[in-house]
Design a protein around this ligand. Structure first.
Ligand code: UD1
Length: 336
């Protein structure tokens, strides 16, 4: 059975992807520094997939950890999730973001080339489109200047992959541009575990419903959208995880020195207020929310054109927004 290295595999998207890979008969090898995740995830993964995942605690900038892993396991591909992702913090500590997010990709690619590991799937983000002029965004929609150092690291990493593949290193790479990942594994054993006060919408909603936060503020209701709140494309994390499996399969069929990029979204935009209403409806509860001022740097509206991933990777989302809101809440309720 093929072993796939998952950097950041104890994190939100990484842990769900480990499940999908294991269920497809691959062996996930998780590397994570646990800086924004917990070791308890490994036990939860064991409950879901029936065996303890192979785990290394380590820094993805540290070449020695890759040496150690490949001494013990034959790795046939890598999914590189590990990165810092707090937009606000990245404006305060830009070097931390450039060092970690770009540095780790450089170390990893160099190592892969040396060891002959061919395939890499990279976690990019729809943040590379900035404030788009035309919707929905396709993969050929021009990228814009990043709004934050965090966003810029995603752009630069995409560029690194393009330049590296152009140099013919004998590698095949895909960048997946994630829209807004939401939901949790339907078992509620794994989900999103933000450190401290959440920045993102869904953990803020679920923590408010759980009474951990007093109320949630909707950042602006005077935008040019049907109800005035921002629009995003919310994609269930299990569908997103499945896209990684499809990307790996597709890479394995390509010639060497291949690179491509895919949007991973549902193709539907929903407003923040629609999300709140859906959450209330499917979970039969009332959320304490208020309308507040706009958040600086927010994208007003964005959703994906998904034709490319649908036709080329044969990937379709199978979870609805209702499913996502139900699974997010079930996950939150199970947290102590
Ligand atoms: C944000 C980042 C994006 C990054 C992603 C990673 C910005 C502008 N974008 O995406 O670059 O890839 O996180 O996690 O920071 N909202 C509220 N109240 C809240 C929280 C959020 O109304 O308490 C609204 C926001 O204004 C936004 C929507 O919910 O309209 C989604 O916000 P969020 O979950 O933070 O994601 P993004 O802004 O899309």
């Amino acid at each position: 059975m093929k072993k796939i290295l998952i950097t950041g595999g104890a994190g939100y998207i990484g842990s769900h992807t480990a499940v999908v890979l294991a269920e497809a008969g691959l062996i996930p090898v998780i590397l994570d520094d646990l800086s924004n995740s917990s070791e308890t995830v490994l036990g939860r993964l064991e409950e879901i997939i029936g065996s303890k995942p192979i785990f290394y605690k380590g820094d993805c900038n540290d070449r020695a950890i890759y040496e150690e892993i490949t001494k013990e396991h034959e790795i046939s591909g890598v999914i590189h999730f590990a990165a810092f992702k707090a937009v606000g913090e990245s404006t305060q500590l830009p070097l931390k973001y450039y060092q970690n997010n770009i540095g780790s990709l450089l170390v990893l690619l160099d190592f892969m080339q040396e060891k002959g590991i061919k395939d890499i799937v990279f976690s990019s983000s729809c943040t590379v489109y900035g404030q788009p002029d035309v919707l929905p965004v396709t993969e050929s929609t021009p990228r814009k200047d990043a709004e934050s150092p965090y966003g810029n690291t995603k752009k630069v990493c995409e560029d690194v992959l393009v330049d590296f593949v152009t140099s013919k290193p004998g590698i095949r790479a895909i960048s997946l541009r994630y829209f807004n990942p939401v939901g949790a594994h339907p078992s509620a054993k794994i989900g999103e575990l933000p450190n401290g006060t959440p920045n993102n919408l869904i953990p803020y909603i679920t923590q408010t419903a759980a009474g951990i936060r007093e109320k949630i503020t909707v950042f602006g209701d005077d935008y040019d959208t049907p109800d005035g709140s921002c629009i995003r494309d919310f994609i269930h994390v299990m569908d997103l995880a499945d896209a990684h499996m499809k990307a790996l399969e597709y890479l394995s069929q390509q010639e060497m020195d291949f690179y491509d990029v895919f949007n991973v979204g549902t193709g539907n935009g929903n407003t923040v207020l629609e999300v709140i209403n859906t959450f209330e409806k499917v979970n039969d509860l009332k959320l304490n929310y208020e309308i507040g001022p706009r958040r600086a740097g927010d994208v007003i509206k964005i959703w994906a054109d998904t034709q490319k991933i649908n036709s080329v990777l044969g990937w379709q989302p199978s979870y609805s927004l209702e499913d996502s809101m139900r699974d997010s809440w079930n996950w939150q309720k199970g947290l102590k």
